[in-house]
Structure formats: C-alpha cells, structure tokens
Design a protein around this ligand. Sequence first.
Ligand code: PLP
Length: 397
Amino acid sequence: MPGPDISQYRDLDPVTRILMGPGPSDVPPRVLRAMAAPTLGHLDPDFLVIMSETQQLLRDVFQTESALTIPVSGTGSAGMEACFVNLIEPGDQVAVVVNGVFGTRMVDCAGRLGAEIIQIDAEWGRAVQPDAVEKALKGRQPKIFAVVHAETSTGVCQPLTDIVKLVKDAGALMMLDCVTSLGGVEVTLDAWGIDAAFSGTQKCLSCPPGLAPLSFNEKAVAKLNARTSKVPSWYLDLTMVGDYWGSARKYHHTAPVNMIYALRESLRVILEEGLEARFARHQRNSEALIAGLEAMGLKMLVPVEERLASLNTVLIPEGADDATTRKALLKQFGLEIGAGLGPLAGKMWRVGLQGHSSSERNIVLFLTALETVLGAQGVKVWPGGVAAAEAVFAQAR
Ligand SMILES: *Cc1c(COP(=O)(O)O)cnc(C)c1O
C-alpha cells in the first residue's frame, strides 16, 4: 500500500499576526527562542533548578510567598479545574459570582464535583456589588467563594477589597480567576487575602497557551489536606503534583519542559519591566485606545470605573457588520480582535491589550485599520481617533 502523499503538507510557516483579541496575545521573540532550547529530561538536575526558579518567579508575579505556587500542565481552564477539584468535597457549598462566560464555566465545573452552588448573578458588563454578595452569603457558610477578577467576556475588572472582607467573615476560602489580569492588571494575592488563584500563560503573561499558573496559600492547603475523600482527578491531584514540584521531586507526570522554559522567560520579561511599570503601561494604553474610539464616536460597554485595561469592550456601531469587520481587520491588516460571547455576541468587539500586545504601535494601527474597514462598509466615524489616542500617550511621556 502506498503511504500518504507527504508533499501535500507544506512547511509550517504561519504569518505574523497582531493578536489583539481575548488571547493568546503576542509572544515576545525571546520567549519563543527560550522555547526552542534543547529539551532536558524532566528530572535532570539542571531542569529541577529551572523548575524552582520558575516557581519563585511565579510567586514574585503573583505577589505571594505561598510554597504551593506552580504552573499546572494545561491551559487556564485546567487551573480552574485544579482549584475546584482539590478544594471541593461533595456536598460543599460553593458560592460563585456569574457576570460573564467564565463565571458560568466555574458554576459548571464546581457543579460536576457535587458542590451545592450558591450562584450570585450580576449583569454582564458590570461588576458584582458588595451588597449583592452580602445578601447571598447571609446565614450561609460556603466553603469556597469563587469570582473572576478580570472577566474576559465582558471587559470588567472586579473590585475585590469589600468582597474579600465579606468572604472572610463568612469563613469561606477566597478563590480568584486571574487569567486575564495576572501580569497586566494588579494582582497581589497575599496582601489581598486570596486563598487560591489560577491564571493562564497566553493572556497578559504573553507566553504561548499551555500552562496554568496556580497558587494555594496555607489555608487552601489545609482544606486540601483535611479531605476525607480522594481528589477525584488523578492528573490534577495537587497532593501528588505538589510532591513533584516540591522538595520530594517525585515523578507524577512529565512536565512540559519547553513550555516551562517559555514561562520562565516570560516571567523574566515581566519582572525586568517591573510590575508597577507594567500595570501603568496597561492602564495608559487602555485609556489611549478608549480615547481614540470615543473620539471616533464609538461607545464602550463598561462604565469607566469598572473597566479592565487588558480587555476593552466596544459596542459595534450602527450599520457595521460584526464578522465583516473582524475578517477585514485580519485579512487586510493581520490584526485579530475578539467577537462578543453569549448575550453580547454581535453587539460588541473585544479588543485585547495584553502584555506584549499592549503597545502604542498596535493601538495606532488598530484605530486606523478600524476606521478604514468601517469606511469600506459605508459606516462613517468621526476623524481624530489617532490624535485623541496620541494626546494620551503624549501626556504620559
Ligand atoms: C481565557 C480564560 C480562561 C480559560 O483559559 P483557557 O486557557 O482558555 O483554558 C478562564 N478564565 C478567564 C477569565 C479567561 O480569560
């Protein structure tokens, strides 16, 4: 029998896009280079050093001293599942805030593990208010309270101070999805009193997708150690994964060696820039983008005080076609933005300014490109978008 015609598979040669969607974001070349370094054995003494360094860099970026801080093998959702699967025992009450896709996903995940869900709904495109949390927790003692810090489906950044206090008073563990905030918007686990947190590499960390940074503090570890039932997932069981990443170095599964190289390099990039400088850059760039969009006559979904700098949601102007616009941006300019999800599908675009993608160059290109592709559809916008964005950049210089 003749083999497959291998000539039909061309050399892999993807074009260079500008990734301004909900993730992945652009990856700095030095991170990609790190990934191409020779693969070591995953228990090679040299690799063990790299693992430990990566953990310490992760602690620095999460702003925590928690020992159990590791990259879970898998994407951000694996980080979510790792948190729940280790912390929930069947019948536990788990409170979850739902104001977007990722809150909905947490309810699904926790429900599958036999949790009794206390769902706290808030409007999509708005943060949950402390009084709604207070009402939902009244007279109840959930074991875990889970909330999305940066709701990528709506562009909302959830204020946490008041909520953490309510959660502590209720005696629950505070669990945070910081997939789209870590490395772009302030995340300070220890100072904020976050007990369990997870993230993903491909958003503001600007590393390819494939790992889920996770951190459990002592209280979360105590809940894990006090389980009366086995963790229902073998792969994500942190009692075993922790022995691999901890001092025991006991084989559990093979770490994705080259992905760890990439993560280590991306964390170095972040700490070289400095967390404060990085957060300030994300904030300034978001303000410049929005100044440009508003000068063009477009409107944002989220009120200014609840906006997420790393993911900006703009309402689709009248007369513009959602898919046509996004396709033209990609085809003519190599520029990717995100569509709306769920009830917001067709109503807005999601413009990511995450990590390496968050730059003056990209913003100016995007505003110009958007004006061009909207114009081609007969949608007139006001002139002066780029000038308005540039005014924000000039002020910061
Ligand atoms: C992207 C994202 C996830 C899921 O991460 P994957 O890497 O796609 O599995 C979870 N939560 C939020 C807020 C996200 O933006």
